[in-house]
Write a protein that binds this ligand. Structure first.
Ligand code: AMP
Ligand code: ZN
Length: 135
């Protein structure tokens, strides 16, 4: 646990939360500033600041929990869609520096918009990036 990390305290039960699911490695809680009804956060109990620090096994665990919760949200809340959002770094909108995955159930006319403005890259730009990242 990291000192002064609120999500360490929540994940390990030192600060109460609206817990939806818990196992040895993770706790899923309701977000206190929800984008939609049922907006939840998957928190590892170990402190990792972001995806770069998250070990591969924990990353796999996050998706296992996400799948379980996604099915519950669909079946019990009746959401018609779901966004998984995971911010890394200030610039990307991360405000709590303990890894977390947002699960945002979506409903017709829920008034939320999660997206980006699509670019219009030339083929050469895509190829340049492909060369940098592909191996
Ligand atoms: P991010 O911007 O990706 O770092 O997301 C942080 C999220 O944590 C926001 O959606 C906040 O509403 C949520 N949040 C912050 N503090 C708490 C808390 N004590 N309990 C539940 N959710 C929280
Ligand atoms: Zn932490």
């Amino acid at each position: 646990m990291k000192d002064n990390c609120i999500f360490c305290k929540i994940a390990n039960g030192e600060i109460p939360s609206k817990t939806l699911y818990e196992d040895e490695n993770f706790r899923v809680i309701l977000d206190l500033g929800p984008a939609t009804r049922g907006h939840a956060l998957i928190l590892p109990k170990e402190h990792y600041a972001n995806l770069y620090e998250l070990p591969e096994e924990a990353a796999c665990g996050v998706m296992r929990v996400a799948k379980k919760m996604a099915e519950k949200m669909r079946d019990r809340l009746g959401c018609e869609g779901l966004n998984l959002v995971q911010n890394n770094g200030d610039l990307a909108g991360q405000t709590v520096f303990h890894f977390h995955m947002h699960m945002i159930p979506r409903y017709p006319a829920d008034g939320q918009k999660i997206g980006w403005k699509p670019g219009e890259p030339k083929e050469e730009e895509l190829e340049e990036i492909r060369k940098i990242l592909a191996d």
